[in-house]
Design a protein around this ligand. Structure first.
Ligand code: SF4
Length: 191
């Protein structure tokens, strides 16, 4: 089966899923965006209101900032990234998804990774990083680090764009500046 067909089948399964309580309150599942053949697979936290309304991840203010930062570093999210989240349905009031919700949804994420076969996984924000690196991590201490995650795939950690929305400075050493350095390294890694 072609990669696109496998992902479409998985998306259909996801559409039918009510494995956790988030399925009861969603308007749309938010499965993925970008290129299934991309070398970079980015995992965010969870859908917000804009994402729930459209079914597209990273489409609100934070998503627009992420798109801009990607473009500032000479990449496009349409061609260079496959983008998804730790859970596919919006948690009420934009709360952080629970460990149980992430665990119940993880099979979709693992299947996405297995199908896309990226060269690098980008863990975007603390919730995403904790899913793979454990709950004890502190995002400010590990962003920019590189890891091997399951099946020996390289992974790295960047700040979530919603954090960057609250930190406007682009001065050297600022969170936005650091994120751009991280994105440049990711670009070099897949080139
Ligand atoms: S968040 Fe995941 S596990 Fe929960 S209902 Fe949605 S698709 Fe199913």
């Amino acid at each position: 089966m072609l990669k696109e067909e496998e992902l479409e089948k998985l998306k259909n399964d996801c559409n039918d899923c009510h494995r956790c309580s988030l399925g009861a309150t969603r308007n749309n599942i938010v499965f993925s965006d970008g290129n299934p053949n991309a070398k970079i697979l980015l995992i965010g936290e969870a859908p917000g209101a804009d994402e729930d309304a459209t079914g597209i991840p990273f489409i609100g203010r934070a998503g627009k900032l992420l798109t801009k930062l990607i473009e500032d570093c000479g990449m496009t999210r349409k061609e260079d990234f496959y983008i998804c989240n730790t859970v596919k349905c919006r948690p009420p009031e934009n709360r952080v998804p629970t460990d149980e919700e992430k665990e119940l949804c993880k099979n979709f994420l693992l299947e996405q990774i297995k199908t896309v076969q990226p060269k690098v996984i980008v863990l975007c924000g603390a919730t995403s990083a904790k899913s793979f690196l454990g709950n004890k991590i502190k995002i400010s201490q590990i962003r920019g680090n590189w890891y091997k995650v399951f099946d020996n795939i390289d992974a790295t950690v960047i700040f979530h764009p919603s954090y960057l929305l609250r930190n406007h400075s682009e001065a050297e050493g600022s969170p936005r500046w650091l994120t751009k350095q991280d994105l440049y390294k990711i670009k070099d890694f897949v080139s």
